[in-house]
Design a protein around this ligand. Structure first.
Ligand code: PEP
Ligand code: MG
Length: 597
């Protein structure tokens, strides 16, 4: 069904007013509706220079008070928004971001920096906000990290609110939005979006926004189609225009012709039908036509995603990326907080196993609380288990949270970025020590330890997977990093993204080797990299011997449908054929041929 949407018949419509733009689809689905332009007056330091002025020494205290009053007003507004957010279907991502906003308004670097600029540079509060925001943004930009870039939006949003409050301009009210509108905006901050009546929005298109930014998070939370990164959208769209958004393929069509509308009505009906048919699979097993069961588990980046996993019929959590608990904050998460995160996941997806991966901070995920570390080559630096080997207390606390959780939850531990067996041995000793310390202090924990597994995501781990398999209870193959390290291609670098392809004989051989070594040693092996959620790969991976896949919740039904369509025998034949291929092209052709037959 979805493939039909790829056909672009719209390119032949140059005589109409129809305008087609392509951006990045961040939340799937199709909407046909009216535009509501809402430029949320994004904060632009260059346009607000007029606010800047010097003040006399005797006015400094007064100015600080004026600023602190704006901080209080902004905090009150965020509190109001937070109360409102509680009524959203899925309020947790929003609440945690609003929480982060509140942190920023406490004694953060932002607030301290602004006060110190008023005191030391003798400038007004507006000027101090502009300078401090610019300085922080520059530091963040220099870090060249998509997660941190997304945080610049948060800082700008808070600064913008502070400025508005200094000028006693009240927050924008959005009550005039027509029911079912598509919001078009320069940006859509969490705070702004939470003022919207959910029922009034059927989709949104924004100029800015990154895949990891909060706009994307919101779109997914709200379950509405959304497209980001359409730079000229505010120049070409007017309120009231008819618009089509295809959140699956990142397409936006303004003033569509009747023919296009009819076509997209059909696509929309197909999409909804397809979604409904996948929902029907929820309670059916993922089993091949000749009776081999495959476990389909979910990847979790934030605790509340577990709810979606339950809805999609997941067999458990195959990968809980615990680094989320460390981002966006000024202190370290306590053992209790981590325990609560595990309990929350377990209550959302009851009686299902959870794989808790210890933090993989470094490279693409930076947590300021753990210090700004700028290695020469981040992907090869102190990341994953290498980081926690240097900061054992952090890892020990994570182990303690898991050990306590084990009293009531089936939870195992997964170590990221393993490249030598010694790292596993050290981690095992630390796990024993964590258990010993808990027992010494009288905390009740089970007499057994949690199962311990390793990510196979470096070539060395894959090559020595026969040795690792004797040390651990399970493997989880991380093809995202395994591809990056095997092919020596940075997974974040768009200039070399054409070289980044897991469908490469070298990567495939390492995947197969790791699966074989796990199977020979009778330990389970899961695959949790992105390819687990791509249905073009499913038959090949099952043919290779994979019996467990872990992916975002939304992909589980389609992968299940795929597994239920073929026999294991056919999948094994495919995998043998692929292993005999020498080039990526040959491998792609083998997969295509499999699909056509
Ligand atoms: C992987 O590397 O494939 C993986 C699942 O881990 P992450 O994407 O978190 O690095
Ligand atoms: Mg990885």
């Amino acid at each position: 069904m979805q493939n039909s949407m790829k056909t672009n018949i719209l390119d032949n419509t140059s005589t109409s007013n129809e305008i087609v733009r392509e951006g990045i689809g961040i939340s799937p689905g199709i909407v046909i509706s009216q535009v509501f332009i809402h430029d949320f007056e994004s904060f632009d330091p260059n346009k607000t220079a007029i606010l800047y002025k010097h003040i006399n020494q005797n006015k400094i205290e007064e100015e600080k008070e004026r600023f602190l009053k704006a901080v209080q007003d902004t905090t009150d507004q965020i509190n109001l928004i937070m109360n409102k957010a509680q009524s959203m279907i899925d309020s947790d991502p929003l609440s945690s971001l609003l929480d982060a906003y509140q942190h920023m308004l406490k004694s953060s670097r932002l607030v301290r920096g602004i006060i110190s600029r008023i005191e030391n540079s003798h400038i007004n509060a507006e000027g101090a906000i502009l300078e401090e925001t610019k300085a922080i943004s520059e530091i963040f930009k220099a870090m060249d990290d998509p997660y941190i870039s997304a945080r610049i939006e948060d800082i700008n949003d808070i600064s913008s609110r502070l400025l508005k409050n200094l000028q006693t301009v009240s927050a924008t009210t959005l009550s005039q939005i027509q029911e079912n509108s598509v919001i078009i905006s320069r940006k859509l901050s969490v705070a702004d979006a939470s003022l919207l009546n959910n029922k009034a929005i059927s989709g949104f298109v924004v100029i800015d926004g990154s895949k990891q930014g909060h706009t994307s998070l919101l779109a997914k939370s709200m379950g509405i189609p959304a497209v980001i990164q359409i730079p000229d959208i505010l120049d070409i769209a007017n309120s009231g225009d008819t618009i089509i958004i295809d959140g699956t393929y990142g397409k936006v069509i303004l003033n569509p012709t009747q023919e296009t509308i009819e076509l997209y009505r059909k696509y929309r009906a197909d999409f909804l039908h397809w979604k409904r048919s996948l929902t029907r699979l929820k309670d059916l097993p993922a089993v091949t036509t000749d009776g081999t069961y495959i476990q389909l588990k979910g990847n979790i980046d934030i605790p509340n995603e577990a709810d979606f996993l339950n809805e999609s019929g997941a067999d458990g959590v195959g990968l809980f990326r615990s680094e989320y608990l460390y981002l966006n904050r000024n202190d370290l998460p306590s053992i209790e907080e981590q325990l609560n995160a595990l309990k929350k996941i377990s209550s959302d997806i009851p009686n299902k196993p959870i794989v808790f991966r210890t933090i993989d901070i470094g490279a693409d995920k930076i947590a300021p609380i753990l210090g700004y570390y700028q290695p020469k080559n981040p992907a090869l630096g102190l990341r994953g288990v290498r980081y926690t080997k240097s900061y054992t207390d952090i890892l020990k606390d994570q182990f303690k949270a898991v050990l306590i959780a084990l009293n009531e939850i089936d939870v195992s531990v997964l170590l990221p970025m393993i490249s030598t067996v010694d790292e596993v041995i050290d981690a095992k000793n630390l796990l024993l020590k964590a258990a010993e310390e808990l027992r010494e202090q009288g905390t009740v924990i089970p007499s057994y330890l949690p199962k311990l597994g390793v990510m196979i995501e470096t070539p060395s781990a894959a090559i020595e997977s026969d040795i690792l398999a004797q040390q651990v209870d399970f493997f989880s193959i991380g093809t995202n990093d395994l591809t990056q390290y095997t092919l020596a291609v940075d997974r974040e670098d768009t200039l070399v993204e054409n070289l980044y392809d897991p469908l490469n004989p070298a990567v495939l051989r390492l995947v197969k080797l790791s699966i074989d070594n796990a199977n020979k040693n009778n330990i389970p092996v899961c695959l949790c990299g992105d390819i687990a959620s791509n249905y073009h790969w499913t038959a090949l991976l099952v043919g290779f011997g994979i019996r467990e896949l872990s992916m975002p919740a939304i992909n589980i039904p389609i992968i299940k449908e795929r597994i239920r369509s073929f026999s294991l025998e056919r999948m094994i034949n495919l995998s043998n054929k692929v292993l005999s291929c020498h080039t990526k092209e040959d491998i792609k052709n083998a997969l295509l041929e499999f699909d056509l037959n």
